[in-house]
Structures are given as structure tokens and as C-alpha cells.
Write a protein that binds this ligand. Sequence first.
Ligand code: SF4
Length: 366
Amino acid sequence: MHDRIIPVFIPFMGCAGKCIYCNQSVITSTPDTEIEFEKQLIQAEKNTFQAQIPFQIGFYGGTFLEIKDYYFSQIILFLNKISKNEKFMGIRFSTTPESVCRNLSRILLLKRFNLKLVELGVQTFNEDILKKIGRKTTKEDIDNSIKLLASHDIKWVYQVMPGLPSENFQEFYKLCDYYFSNYPPEYIRIYPLLVFKNTELERQYRKGLYVPLSMEESICYVKALYLLARKKKIGILKIGIHPEKSVFQSCVAGPLSGHLKEMMKGSIIVDWIMNKIQENTRFIEIHISSQFQSWIRGDKCAVLKSISDLGIKYKIISTEKDNNNLIALKIHTYNDKIIKKIIGHWEEICESSRKLVLNSLVLREQ
Ligand code: SF4
């Protein structure tokens, strides 16, 4: 059973500046005033009393390791209190790589409260793009922060943000591949860039200086990262941001969806199906457990549409819950004979899609 995460939102607290896309008060639904901070701690404490299952405390929305001494000491008092609760399992927080390098003493103090995970808000491993989005993070900061965490036996997460200005898919993929291989995190968190009201990015977007990813492009990025992480046995913490009402109201442009993960999985299934169908295929039966059907029926049935666009008819047949044989395909030819019954396991389906992604990277480079 996973621990419940009780969040404490600290929008912009500790941040050296404002990244051009950032509107944390919208994403966290928390006004960005430090007065809110005490309310957040009181609410989190109440939530710990009501917790029925083991929980961790997660501090999100700012640069946790750089918050002012006054607030940091309040957090330590808070953690001292709640760590007496037998359901308390530990803490996690998000912060920038450079803040990790500067705050070893804070990290060591937090280790006393069972520090489970540090979420590194790297967004991209490309130094030039980091500068463009208002970050002071260097490659050295990223490397040193990871080495420091590893040397203290602390697990970390890479938060990555596809769609940043001037980003190039191949370059992005190559750098992620390098870091996932050489400095493997425990998890990754993927959230494609959205344009929010009242940000510098909104200004750039309105002037035509920034073009956000389309939904299709964002699914390509997310899929490539998801498949790469799976291959490297790295967990996926989350895909996309939580679809709060405030997010929908404040998002001006970009690939916003509350179902990005399902759409991405649908796209992986399409890759696999496309690989299996033959020139004379005119009908396919897709046998799939109802628990996974949202993957292919979601986003106005985009997955199924791409099959019918090829002139192929389909029928979906619900199967028993079966985590091993996720999907079974029966392919009919023109003479209506069932010529093939193909069983796809999720592992194999992902591998087939990953190869397609890699091929497309090679093609783009040519
Ligand atoms: S460091 Fe994180 S929280 Fe702070 S402004 Fe940048 S994106 Fe927002």
C-alpha cells in the first residue's frame, strides 16, 4: 500500500526569481502569500489527525530548501510534532538543484524526519534553455546536487517539462537518456508546459514568440519519456498536472488535459496495433479488459479514429481483468478469415512503441 501524501503548498517561497512560465498559486490553488503558510501547516496537521493510513508530508510549489530561516524553523517545529504520530512515514519536497548544493545542513536536519524523496525541479537538462526560462541552474548544479543526494543515500525525482522555448525533441531525449542512464532517479514527474495567465510566457505567447506544443506533440514527448523510464526501470510519479478548476480557468494555451496519461497509453497501443496490421487487413477485434478501455476510448476515441482512418473497421470486446495479457488482437483479412490472433503483453507493447520512437528520432536526425 502506498503512503498517502499530505501536501503543504508553499507557492514561490524560497524562489530566487520567477520562472517565465510559473504561476504556482494557480497550480497549487493556493494564494502566493506567506500568511497562507501558517494556515497550510495548521490544515496539514489536522489532516494528519484524520489520516487512516500511513502518510508522508510533501512540501510543494516553491524552492523548499531556500525558504527563510523563520519559516524553516516553523517547519521543523511542525515536523517534530507530527513525527510522533505512528502513521507518519516521512517527508518529501520539491526544490531546485542549486538549492540542494547550498543547503547540506538543512538536508541533514530533514533526514532525521525520514526524508524519502527530493524532487529536483530540473525541467530540462539543457543549460541554455534553463537561462531562457529564468533559471540560474547550471549543468554543474544538476550534477552536483545528484551526487550530493546519492552520497547521503537520498532518493531523488527529476521533474521534467517538455515544450520549453527553443527545445528540440532529439536534444531533449538525448539529455534525458544520458541522465536516466548515468544518474538514474527513483522516479520522474512529467508535466508538459502550459501557458498560464499573468506570466512572462503568456506575454511571449501573445506576441507570437512562443508556440506551445500541440496535444499530439506533447503525447509524443510524454510517451518517449515514459518508455525510456520504463526501460531503465525508473518509476513514473505523475504525468501532467492535477486538473484543478483553477488550472483550466487560468490556462491560456498548451496541451492541457486531465487524461494525458491515458491518452499516452492509448498512443502506445496504437503504435503496437499499427505494427501488427497488414496491408489487406479490413477488420480487427480488439480484446481488452474494461479496466484499460479508457486508454483507447479516451480523447474522443482518437486511438480508434486512427485505425478507422486507415479504412479498417474494429470491434472492442471486453475481457476479464487480466494484467498479464493486456490486449489480444484478432485480425481479419478481406476473405473474412481470422488469420491471426495476437496477444500483446504490456511489456512487449511498450517495447514495440519504444522502437518506433527511436526510429522516428533517427529519421528526424537525417
Ligand atoms: S523555481 Fe519552481 S516554484 Fe519557483 S518560480 Fe521557478 S518553477 Fe516556480
